[in-house]
Ligand binder design. Structure first.
Ligand code: ARG
Length: 579
């Protein structure tokens, strides 16, 4: 019994086609969701094949269908029919659905069934990656949420995946900071990150109007880069303060990393990059800077990828090249995923093109590289979201506000709970809601941030899903049957069948989310599953029916709950026992 039904059907269709002497080289049956009036899945692909070979498509379809009907895997379980000019429809029988339901029961079952597809792939995912010396703001939310969810999805699918927080800890901000700290004679170890940020603001105001301060700041930066011990000490303390503040947010968001190798980690690993790229004539000097041009590319034949500035300093591109080397040679990654906003698309395209040429020139196995980019969070005025004073909203404040607003809701809706339980409910609703609104839109779209919509119990929100889950849990608590080992006998009602059909879609959606690196498919799915589940228990009584019916329906509920919770966890969302 297949866990993922579409790929299972696909395999059999290809075998059947081969048995009918249809060459699978140019036959691509795409297994899609069918019009529910005619079936559950549909295979197309015969039409283009028949056209190519000047055959009658209907005839080819009939041949394949006849073959399929004779196969053991389908008999009595999946009804196969010819549809339209050359489509094949598949309808899952009640007994197929029951068998699936009784076989895939828990998160562990799903995990081991799906892991076959992804095992053996070593991936490094680079996400969050803020710059130090500044607080995280709302612009840092999406990389964290999307990256964390993709990590969870790929890990669940069996990938050997490493999380690397590539913090920007070697930037030009340190020249100004060190200059200001020395000038004001501050003891920085006592400072908070907010204070460091204010310090930086004072310093940058100063250098804008004061030439000599600007020169001092530049000089402090050069000294830092040349390893001056006093400056290195200041730099270290500032990074420590920054990381401690980031950690508070990561803890609150339930996000963690396997490595935090910032840009500074690569600062002594850049010479090899210059040498290798020059040796193979991939990089050349242009206006004093070392640049890579991609002659075969319309835009990047003219727009340089600067890998060493004219003053000899390395930059963002250099460290990213050195990082690729580290991730492939030391971490042995086959695939690299970068999660940043859409404005960095040029950078990553140029990086990937450069790496491809560079690795080919040295006969190294080039990793697969993907830039998982995302759109902007907009305010209700349709512009990038900001505070009233025009600065980006601090992430810490955003999270606090979410929890405060959720607390008001919990006070109203969770009257029966103790104060500390209510606070827990509020924290989960608050943080989950922020994550969910961020994951729900297709990542490449912008979205409008609205507290009202986000915390509503109606519509596609975290609160709605959390509530549905808590409700199922409360129903399950009411029955004293030993529900762990429930098995269902053959499904009867349409609502039962429809709900189980929806459950069967879970691995399909999961694979799609993993393949396209888009968690929003899961959000949409969980919302639809919840709807199907409500329809089911509105129509079909669970308790007070004959034992076989009650236990069948409880089994369906329990599996629905497992899939809902598994899905929520894959999005990085915590769930609640009661609300
Ligand atoms: N620190 C960068 C920023 O704040 C993001 C780094 C993304 N990762 C990378 N390897 N370039 O925009």
């Amino acid at each position: 019994m297949w866990f993922q039904v579409d790929t299972g059907i696909l395999k059999v269709v290809l075998e059947a086609a081969q048995a009918c002497n249809i060459s699978t080289v140019d036959f691509y049956p795409d297994i899609r969701q069918a019009d529910p009036r005619f079936g559950d899945f549909q295979a197309n692909g015969v039409l283009p094949y028949a056209k190519l070979h000047h055959l009658n498509p209907r005839h080819v379809t009939e041949q394949i269908v006849e073959k399929l009907r004779s196969l053991e895997v389908f008999s009595g379980k999946i009804e196969v029919s010819v549809a339209g000019p050359g489509f094949i429809n598949f309808k899952l029988s009640g007994s197929f659905l029951t068998e699936w339901l009784n076989l895939y029961k828990s998160e562990n079952d799903y995990r081991s069934a799906i892991a076959q597809n992804w095992s053996g792939r070593r991936i490094v995912i680079d996400y969050s990656s803020p710059n130090t010396a500044k607080q995280m703001h709302v612009g840092h939310l999406r990389s964290m949420n999307i990256g964390d969810s993709i990590y969870r999805i790929l890990k669940f699918c069996g990938a050997d995946i490493i999380r690397d927080n590539h913090i920007g800890d070697w930037g030009t901000q340190f020249g100004i900071l060190i200059m200001t700290i020395k000038k004001e004679g501050l003891r920085i170890s006592d400072l908070s990150l907010e204070e460091v940020e204010l310090l930086y603001q004072r310093g940058s105001t100063l250098v804008r109007s004061n030439e000599s301060a600007l020169a001092t700041a530049r000089n402090e930066l050069v000294k830092l880069q040349n390893g001056d011990s006093e400056n290195l000490e200041i730099w270290k303390i500032i990074n420590k303060i920054s990381l401690a503040a980031f950690d508070d947010i990561y803890r609150e968001m339930g996000v963690s990393f396997d490595y935090t190798l910032g840009e500074s980690f690569y600062r002594d690993r850049v010479d090899r990059i210059y040498q290798e790229l020059m040796e193979k004539h991939i990089a050349r000097i242009d206006n004093g800077a070392l640049c890579v041009f991609h002659e075969d590319h319309e835009q990047f034949s003219r727009q340089p990828f600067i890998i060493r500035k004219a003053d000899g300093a390395s930059n963002y591109a250099t460290t990213d090249l050195a990082t690729v080397l580290y991730r492939t040679e030391i971490l042995h990654a086959d695939e690299l995923i970068y999660v940043t906003d859409g404005r960095q698309q040029d950078h990553f395209q140029q990086l990937f093109l450069t790496v491809q040429k560079w690795y080919a020139a040295f006969n190294r196995k080039c990793p697969e590289m993907q830039h998982v980019w995302f759109g902007t969070i907009l305010g209700e005025d349709g512009k990038a979201i900001k505070t009233r004073s025009g600065t980006p909203i601090k992430l810490k404040e955003l999270l606090n506000e979410a929890k405060t607003r959720a607390r008001e809701i919990a006070n109203e809706k969770s009257e029966g709970l103790s104060d500390s339980d209510r606070q827990h409910v509020a924290n989960v609703i608050g943080i989950d809601s922020i994550k969910y609104v961020d994951l729900l839109p297709n990542r490449t779209n912008d979205y409008v941030f609205s507290w009202g919509k986000m915390l509503s119990f109606n519509g596609n929100t975290a609160a709605y899903l959390l509530y549905a889950i808590a409700r199922i849990k409360s129903i399950l608590r009411k029955c004293d049957t030993d529900i762990i080992d429930l098995t269902a006998d053959c499904l009867e009602t349409e609502e039962e069948k429809n709900l189980v059909r929806k459950l069967i879609y879970f691995p399909i959606i999961l694979s799609q989310a993993a393949k396209e690196l888009r968690p929003h498919y899961l959000c949409t799915y969980l919302f639809e599953l919840t709807g199907e589940c409500s329809t089911f228990y509105r129509a079909d009584r669970i308790l007070g029916e004959p034992t076989n019916i009650t236990s069948r329906r409880l089994a369906i509920m329990l599996r629905t709950l497992n899939i809902l919770e598994t899905g929520m966890h894959l999005l990085g969302l915590e769930t609640l026992e009661r609300m």
